[in-house]
Design a protein around this ligand. Structure first.
Ligand SMILES: [Zn+2]
Length: 437
């Protein structure tokens, strides 16, 4: 158990060490971009050569929007929960609907993309759904309107696709949807709606729809000028209990179907989440939905996917915390192997993060390096429950978190954008950071 005095001392030591960091040296060498210059202004538009990673906060689920160096675009999840879901989990508190409740979360995601898109962008090249939970693809309600393009309703990813045509939709199990059990006959209205959406896109030719292929680095590619950016790639790391071996495009299974589903066909989606790693020069970033990592005596060994995945991911500059920083993910093996400089927590309910996850991500015992931690939203009850070990160690606890990687991938910045307004001005700027070799 940490005590308060030790926590305060650790914070003082971190603060004192900051001035001699490579980041401080980089900032001194780049006086044209002082830390305060963009605060209060709109984020400058993406331009050729940059890699933008936007963690969008609607308060109602995960969504991240990417623009690759040649302008190829991707969305990784587009969740949407509504107030009725929040009532189901009371006394947990669902995040505020941001920037306001006048539109559905998926509509706000589409609106955000409209503001930060590549100039001239007519559609999103890739849409990935990490797994089939509604905070990652959208919960349908009685009030959800119908699509103009097919027999599905609008919530989450379908709202985004209504505004932005998708080039290729990729999920963990199209078209069979039978792993680990047959799901096409599901009574879950949101999931059956998503299946109709995927089928409709494919049969109409409006989009390609594909099953995520673990191990490959040629399923998600630069579409406009790949020769110009040879150091950029997206590696498919894991999904459905299969993990890249680290060699070629080979993968291996680390769990079998007989283990994960119980006798009634019930199972936990989270360990099946798909995970990708982006590389751009020296910069690397990993994101993996709700991949699980902690196994306790009440859970089977296979529940810990992170320990099996970590060796092939290796050190990264930045990561999105698995499972929103929930208590059953982000284990010690994961952090020792990845040693992230930047940690982003995509958050939407009052149990995010778990207190033990905060202890691990701030632990200098697991890895000694500096790290900056950002959350899209931390609720006041969460701060009260976890205390200064959370509030004094997070650089930001509210707002869209944007990682902007400079051309070539050698350095990057983090911007926090206002999530309470529709102009989304910069609230804070961190960096530049030097990517690690
Ligand atoms: Zn989730």
């Amino acid at each position: 158990m940490w005590d308060l005095a030790a926590g305060i001392l650790a914070c003082i030591l971190v603060a004192a060490a900051t001035e001699s960091t490579p980041e401080a040296a980089a900032r001194a060498a780049n006086p044209a971009a002082p830390a305060s210059a963009v605060v209060g202004q709109a984020l400058a538009p993406w331009s050729e050569g940059y890699l933008d990673i936007h963690h969008i906060n609607t308060g109602r689920g995960n969504a991240a929007f990417f623009i690759f160096p040649d302008g190829t675009s991707m969305i990784f999840d587009a969740g949407a929960l509504e107030d009725d879901w929040g009532r189901n989990v009371a006394p947990l508190v669902l995040g505020l609907a941001l920037p306001n409740p006048s539109r559905r979360p998926g509509e706000w995601i589409a609106d955000y993309i409209d503001q930060f898109k590549r100039p001239g962008m007519a559609g999103i090249d890739y849409a990935l759904i990490s797994h089939f939970h509604a905070d990652h693809y959208g919960r349908v309600q009685f009030t959800s309107p119908a699509s103009a393009h097919g027999n599905w309703k609008l919530a989450g990813i379908t709202d985004v696709a209504e505004r932005w045509p998708l080039g290729t939709l990729i999920d963990r199990d199209y078209p069979a949807y039978d792993f680990p059990v047959a799901q096409r006959g599901t009574k879950d209205k949101s999931l059956s709606n998503y299946f109709r959406f995927a089928d409709g896109l494919a049969t109409s030719g409006r989009s390609k729809v594909e099953r995520f292929a673990v191990g490959r680095d040629d399923q998600i590619v630069l579409k406009y000028d790949p020769e110009r950016y040879p150091t950029f790639s997206v590696r498919n790391i894991a999904a459905n209990g299969a993990v890249w071996t680290g060699s070629g495009s080979a993968s291996r299974n680390v769990l079998d179907v007989g283990q994960i589903a119980d006798g009634k066909g019930k199972f936990n989606e989270n360990p099946l989440s798909l995970m990708i790693r982006l590389d751009y020069g020296d910069f690397d970033y990993v994101t993996g939905g709700d991949t699980t990592g902690v196994h306790t005596p009440d859970q089977p060994e296979w529940f810990d996917m992170e320990s099996k995945i970590a060796p092939v991911v290796g050190e990264v500059d930045a990561l999105s915390l698995n499972h929103h920083g929930n208590r059953d993910a982000t284990n010690a093996d994961w952090l020792r192997a990845l040693q992230p400089r930047i940690i982003v927590q995509q958050t939407w309910t009052s149990d995010h993060p778990g207190g033990d996850v905060v202890a691990r991500i701030t632990s200098k015992t697991l890895w000694p390096g500096q790290r900056d931690i950002f959350a899209t939203h931390i609720q006041e009850p969460t701060k009260i429950a976890i205390g200064p070990w959370l509030t004094r160690n997070y650089r930001s606890m509210d707002g869209h978190v944007v990682i902007r990687v400079q051309p070539g991938g050698g350095a990057y910045d983090v911007y926090i954008l206002d999530d309470r307004s529709t102009d989304r001005k910069v609230k804070a700027h961190f960096g530049p950071y030097q990517s690690r070799q």
